[in-house]
Design a protein around this ligand. Structure first.
Ligand code: S3P
Length: 442
């Protein structure tokens, strides 16, 4: 995939104007392929995100025995092997840059008595996997080999018999929750996950759509999820809505480039994904909901965004799960706001595709913005504009690359990134889409 390094520069642009639909949601795309592979019969997927990360998951599902095809019409079809039916892959599964694909697949293979090696690129090899191996081991998964500190590459073997568990994740992570639920599909009896804070619930919604018996109840600030194991999953038609985490980039560009007016079509507005919209509205952003609809079991909305002044706000730690991937681009909006924006409780940002807390701070500092990191909090002092002129190191992180480029569209001097290649993991066509709206990228 992303072998060749691709430097890219964003220059101060005229207004961001137009109407676009960003590609399909990454979280839902991974889940549709994995659940399709665990279901007997043909799952049909429209609007699948055709990014590198999702291609890796498709390849992994093929290597595990599922038939995954793409029609000329862009519709994907998965002929699954059933819960517990994965075949032993001939070679290691390489998830590239994708934590979601890798961790969810670990949960999925736990229910099949096969030996599987998981691997990834340098970024994924630096990310924690012990957090997933922990509960999966309690369910019976054996770790045959693992790199230092619970990192990739690692080799696991699914047990002949699986145990359901009652699990309380130590961190707010939808990947962790989903890995346990996907493993729980093959376990007899009830697998329970109790989340102290609610995280994105696409796995729960999709399991229900595929016919699994699953209940979700409020539990304090979080939720208690109970899955009855060994269901007969029924294939469904999954319609993947537009990814709000990708929409965030043209959205923030339109807020900070004077005179902009942008319409974003069919953005998924699952309430566990809308923390950025809430925060930007508190900052004074003009984001109008034009129409609300439903698409494939998820709420969607058409949004109209107009440029205008922003003010700094305090973002509570409790909001982090609903906007975890949006902090780098929120930090860009904060740089263009008047006053301080305080973002609290960002410890999970340290274990993303890069240490996103440090990478975001470095991105802003390189472009003349004052940033402090105090413990797990980040404080950005905005002055209503940004000097720019910096070269941003992206650390194999697509969201740092896109955030820096968005910043450059509104900065006085150009902003360059060392490598834009990783944008293809989540947002293929980003450069073309942004140019079509008036962005000066080159
Ligand atoms: C995701 C969950 C989040 C998010 C990632 C996608 C998912 O990770 O950062 O981009 O699809 O479940 P964590 O669960 O590790 O917070």
């Amino acid at each position: 995939m992303t072998e060749a390094v691709q430097p890219l520069t964003a220059r101060r642009s005229g207004p961001i104007i137009g109407r676009v639909r960003v590609p399909g949601d990454k979280s839902i795309s991974h889940r549709a392929l994995i659940l399709g592979a665990m279901t007997v019969g043909e799952t049909v997927i429209t609007g699948l995100l055709e990014g590198e990360d999702v291609h890796r998951t498709a390849a992994a599902m093929r290597a595990l025995g599922a038939r995954v095809t793409r029609g000329e019409d862009g519709v994907w079809r998965v002929r699954g092997v059933g819960v517990g039916g994965f075949a032993e892959p001939a070679a290691p599964l390489d998830f590239g840059n994708s934590g979601t694909g890798c961790r969810l697949a670990m949960g999925a293979v736990t229910g099949s008595p096969v030996t599987v090696t998981f691997d990834g690129d340098a970024s994924l090899r630096s990310r924690p996997m012990a957090r997933v191996l922990d509960p999966l081991s309690r369910m019976g998964l054996r770790t045959l080999d693992v790199a230092e500190n619970g990192r990739l590459p690692l080799t696991v073997k699914g047990p002949a018999e699986l145990y359901p568990i009652d699990y309380e994740p130590p961190v707010a992570s939808a990947q962790l929750k989903s890995a346990v639920l996907l493993a729980g599909l093959a376990a007899p009896g009830e697998t329970t996950v109790t989340e102290a804070e609610a995280t994105r619930d696409h796995t729960e919604r999709m399991l229900k759509a595929f016919g699994a018996k699953i209940t979700v109840k409020p539990h304090g600030e979080g939720r208690r999820i109970t899955l009855h194991g060994q269901p007969e999953l029924e294939p469904v038609h999954v319609q993947v809505p537009a990814d709000p985490s990708s929409a965030a980039f043209p959205l923030v560009a339109a807020l900070i480039v004077p005179g902009s007016e942008l319409i974003l079509e069919a953005v998924m507005t699952n309430p566990l994904r809308t923390g950025l919209l809430a925060t930007l509205r508190e900052m004074g952003a003009s984001i109008e909901t034009l129409a609300v609809n439903a698409d494939g079991g998820e709420e969607i909305a058409e949004l109209r965004i107009k440029a205008g002044p922003l003010k700094g706000v305090e973002v509570p730690a409790a909001r982090a799960p609903s906007m975890i991937d949006e902090y780098p681009v929120l930090a860009v909006a904060a740089a263009f706001a008047e006053g301080q924006t305080v973002m609290r409780g960002l410890s999970e940002l340290r274990v993303k595709e890069s240490d996103r807390l440090e990478a975001t701070a470095a991105m802003l500092r390189a472009n003349g913005i004052a940033v402090d990191i105090e413990g797990d909090d980040m404080i950005v002092t905005g002055a209503g504009h940004a000097a720019g002129g910096g070269m941003v190191t992206t650390h194999m992180d697509h969201r740092i690359a896109m955030s820096a480029l968005v910043m450059g569209l509104g900065s006085e001097q150009p902003v360059a990134v060392d490598d834009a290649a990783f944008i293809a993991t989540s947002f293929p066509g980003f450069t073309g889409l942004m140019r079509s709206l008036g962005a000066d990228l080159g």
